[in-house]
Design a protein around this ligand. Sequence first.
Ligand code: GLN
Length: 183
Amino acid sequence: MTLIGVLALQGGFAAHAHMLHGLGADVREVRVPEDLSGLDGLIIPGGESTTMTLGIEREGLAQPLRAFRGPVFGTCAGLIMLDREHLGMMDIEARRNAFGRQVRSFEADLAIAELDGPPLRAVFIRAPWIAAHGDDVEILASVEGHPVAARQGDVLAVAFHPELGDDTRLHERFLASCNGGRG
Ligand code: GLN
């Protein structure tokens, strides 16, 4: 069975775990470096990136997270954590609260490259967007011309909350990429 770690220092880890369980995956909440061993994939959830950064520093998780070899999926604040100014696991620069702080929480039907079927109903909550990115980063979806989903190798980042709602396609795709991982 596929074992997925969900960084559980702060934020929306429980909804990710719930969705992963529903798809038949095993889930481990990651709070300390030892929790990263033997995982087939890792999710960094949404939440509050400043608080999450402090938690990562407190637990000595920055280097172990960077050293993680396997598919990684960051959502909302998770996208921010992956960027150049935080963990540096993806060659992107996130702009926090890019759509505006409170008023710009919204839903949008997003056509996402890589996903078959109808657009995905995406929930944005004080979301970032990708303000700059390197050549190795593929943009998968945009809102108003601003990139909100991207991939670099086996690191996937989205600015919205795919764990909310009942469209499981992004998690399914992520799980499929984790299968045949490290077992
Ligand atoms: N605005 C938050 C931040 O900057 C991210 C919001 C979210 O994860 N829903 O950390």
